[in-house]
Design a protein around this ligand. Structure first.
Ligand code: FAD
Ligand code: NAD
Length: 444
């Protein structure tokens, strides 16, 4: 039976962040992948999503500037052509990811890995052993268990939609719904979002979420709050969505109600690995209840946001831990998150909800930046930043932004928070002017 120093199960951002440095440290490494090499992010997640978003951004910019002199008709999106452009990014990913591993001396095993016992796995009928295993199998879309659930499509389907249907509905008002609804709407579809309560994007500042909802509504997106969908029926080539006192006819319905961890195929019980709600249980060294097995990325049952840079951070931590460079527990910095909608909503650090609940320690400042040059020159309808500072030190500890540049602005705030940069230090730098960076002098 072939033996390795490390076998990594799953070739997404977490798995790949470990494979190359472990191989460079002269470990004998194998990576197992059951589906597309590269995982969710570059094949059907962040990367293709941001390619598609470019068209929404362009349309928004033209729409906003029409009122102040741009004469072009509203920019139209040819969805099929845009999809063809997206495919130029995604089509090569799997092959090139596998080739990259193989050419670095890493063994690639194709198939679903499953534990046979505490130290052995099986892939496509062959057994292997390793000193350490790292499970990085990620997550897949959750599909609500309702009558007619077979009519749901999911995020993978949306990312590969050949043509935009006339009416599109998203069930679940989280990241995917706010991002996809902006795209479907921009591509000309009648767009609906159904959320089972009145708290979409509940991890974010309520006021700014309300403003994002208003902005999307102004563009034509229809939100249905407090609707618990009970059944999907067909009528010819249409779908009928039913809930108490609610009926909606749509051409396509997408489940955007969250993701579930990929654990079933692994037979974790055979290896003595405990599963918790939302993923695999681990300690602060990302070690599972089986001491030779570790976890990284979306598969982990922890509170940190499930996103690509977190998966890579965990992968890098494990490389250092397994090669003896550190014995310390994993220590996450403040982690920025962004909803790539229209406009974008981003946050980092101490949330406004936490600051409100602990007003003894934190101060919140709301800054309407709509009339600042950065945003007014784009004629954006709304641009707001909320800043949380530590009352004792005056340091920035949290920020939330709603504007077209929020995905970039939030990274500046992240750097200032993680490096504990004081307002005085910010003021001592010279920034290219006028830019979002030169605005930093005016927030805290
Ligand atoms: C639509 C969408 C948009 C997103 N947008 C963003 C964004 O803008 N920014 C951001 O930071 N994050 C985004 N994310 C989240 C990001 O994609 C994930 O956090 C990231 O991919 C997690 O990496 P991972 O390596 O843990 O898992 P994955 O990337 O999911 O990789 C896991 C791999 O393991 C494989 N696998 C599963 N089971 C087995 C098995 N038994 N044996 C072998 N292989 C197996 C899977 O096939 C998969 O390839 C988005 C996600 C989605 C769905
Ligand atoms: N920009 C990004 O970083 C990004 C983008 C897309 C996805 N992701 C990742 O993928 C995950 C999944 O995204 P998502 O949008 O599917 O999930 P989500 O967890 O962000 O949101 C799910 C939403 O659906 C609601 N919901 C749950 N069950 C419902 C039901 N039966 N009916 C109606 N509403 C229901 C929830 O209250 C919540 O508002 C995210 O949590 C994130 O980790 C990240």
């Amino acid at each position: 039976m072939e033996k390795f120093d490390e076998i990594i199960i799953g070739a997404g951002p977490a798995g790949l962040a470990m494979a190359y440095p472990l191989a460079a440290a002269k470990r004998k490494v194998a990576v197992v992948e059951a589906d597309l090499w590269g995982g969710t992010c570059p094949n059907r997640g962040c990367d293709p999503k941001k390619v598609l978003l470019a068209a929404v951004e362009a349309q928004d910019q033209v729409r906003n500037l029409q009122k102040v002199g741009v004469l072009t008709q509203p920019a139209k999106i040819d969805w099929s052509k845009l999809m063809a452009f997206k495919k130029t990014f995604t089509d090569p990913v799997s092959t090139s990811s596998e080739k990259g591993l193989a050419s670095s001396g890493i063994t690639t095993l194709t198939g679903a890995a499953k534990f046979i016992d505490e130290q052995t796995i099986e892939v496509a009928g062959t057994t292997y052993q390793a000193e350490h295993y790292i499970i990085a199998t990620g997550a897949r879309p959750a599909i609500p268990n309702i009558s007619g659930k077979e009519h749901f499509q999911d995020s993978t389907d949306f990312m590969a939609l050949p043509e935009m249907p006339r009416v599109v509905t998203f069930v679940g008002g989280g990241y995917e719904a706010f991002e996809f609804a902006a795209m479907a709407n921009a591509a000309g579809a009648e767009t609906h979002v159904i959320q089972h309560n009145d708290r979409p994007l509940k991890a974010y500042d309520h006021e700014l979420v309300d403003q994002l909802v208003e902005q999307l509504q102004a563009k034509g997106v229809q939100f249905h709050f407090n609707v618990s969908l009970q059944a999907i029926e067909t009528a010819g080539d249409q779908l009928i969505l039913n809930a108490p006192d609610f009926r909606l006819v749509t051409n396509a319905v997408f489940a955007t109600t969250g993701r579930v961890p990929n654990v079933e195929a692994l037979d974790l019980a055979a290896a003595g690995i405990e599963v918790a709600h939302g993923g695999i249980q681990c300690d602060d060294h990302l070690q599972t209840t089986n001491p030779r097995v570790f976890v990284a990325g979306d598969i982990i049952a922890r509170q940190e946001p499930k996103e690509t840079p977190v998966a890579s951070f965990e992968g890098s931590y494990l490389v250092d831990y397994l090669t003896g460079k550190t014995q310390a527990s994993i220590d996450y910095p403040a982690i920025p998150t962004t909803v790539y909608s229209s406009p974008k909503l981003a946050q980092v650090g101490v949330t406004t909800a936490k600051a409100q609940a602990d007003s003894e320690h934190y101060a919140i400042k709301t800054i309407d930046t709509t009339n600042w040059l950065t945003y007014r020159r784009l004629n954006e309808p709304v641009a707001v930043v909320k800043i949380v500072t530590d009352k004792k030190t005056g340091l920035l500890v949290g920020a939330t932004c709603l504007n077209s540049l929020a995905d970039e602005l939030i990274n500046y705030f992240t750097l200032l928070i993680n490096q504990k940069v004081s307002a005085d230090t910010v003021a001592k730098s010279i920034y290219s002017y006028p830019t979002p960076a030169s605005d930093l002098n005016y927030f805290y």
